[in-house]
Design a protein around this ligand. Structure first.
Ligand SMILES: Nc1ncnc2c1ncn2[C@@H]1O[C@H](COP(=O)(O)OP(=O)(O)OP(=O)(O)O)[C@@H](O)[C@H]1O
Length: 247
């Protein structure tokens, strides 16, 4: 853990109660996400990636351990406080885009400001759309946009509150290769150009290679981490090893 870590997880444990037995989804995860870095979270199916993302983003509470976002210990917040922190400090990008179909691109992007009770400056919303190369589609509803275009709008929406961190859950999972490259290039550019912090769950080693750090989970534990010049072949080889030992 480093002082510059914008998100910190300390011995985070999460279990789910099912009718048959308790499932341990995270089994003592300690890690941090440094400001201005792009992290990919990988691991076999069921290894705890989504649970990690949800806990780190304050969408779900751990049963033990501590999570700090932008200096705030989430355990000190009640549900209302947690909702406010998510609205103000965290951006989300989902596989299914999750845009509101009845609203235009511009209205979708301004929605987080509206929810947070903040003033909506149309110029700011237009600038956010221009930043994701969607400036000329502000008046279009999602049904008139391609998947890649919808995801660009969703990224503009995630950024409009100037969050401390953006969490992305399989952001390219529903896109073709060309649109995926566009979205990943955009996320990479936000990190490099604006110092945005991005944490992304993915199954795809090629997607993970856009990050500058890859965390590998297995059975709810952090088992390895690649940093620096991450290449897709090494990530794929590590994943193959984890998947064969998971079988
Ligand atoms: N709401 C829930 N109730 C019970 N068990 C759950 C729940 N959510 C997740 N789990 C279990 O917790 C473990 C971790 O799940 P999680 O979805 O975090 O894994 P994942 O790595 O994201 O998987 P995938 O790659 O398949 O999406 C799995 O065993 C899963 O079955």
């Amino acid at each position: 853990m480093e002082p510059a870590d914008i998100v910190q997880l300390w011995s985070v444990r999460k279990t789910y109660r099912t009718a048959a037995h308790d499932v341990t989804a995270l089994d003592g995860v300690t890690t941090g996400f440094r400001a201005g870095t792009f992290t990919a979270v990988m691991g076999p199916s069921g290894s705890g990636k989504s649970t990690l993302l949800h806990c780190a983003a304050g969408l779900d509470r751990p049963v033990a351990g501590k999570i700090v976002i932008d200096g705030v210990d989430l355990a000190t917040l009640d549900e209302n406080g947690l909702t406010m922190l998510r609205r103000e400090r965290v951006g989300f990008v989902f596989q299914a885009f999750n845009l509101v179909s009845a609203l235009t691109a511009e209205q979708n992007v301004s929605l987080p400001l509206r929810l947070a009770g903040r003033a909506i400056a149309p110029a700011e919303v237009r600038a956010a759309l221009a930043e994701v190369n969607m400036g000329d589609r502000a008046g279009h509803r999602p049904s008139r946009l391609s998947g890649g275009e919808q995801q660009r709008v969703a990224i503009a929406r995630a950024l409009i509150t100037r969050p401390a961190v953006v969490f992305a859950d399989e952001p390219t999972g529903a896109l073709d290769i060309k649109a995926s490259r566009g979205v990943l290039g955009l996320l990479r550019g936000l990190v490099d150009g604006q110092g945005q912090t991005v944490v992304m769950v993915t199954h795809d080693p090629v997607v993970a290679a856009y990050a500058d750090r890859v965390l590998f989970l297995a059975d709810g534990r952090l088992v390895e981490e690649f940093t620096g010049d991450v290449d897709a072949e090494s990530v794929a080889a590590r994943m193959a090893g984890l998947e064969s030992s998971a079988c």
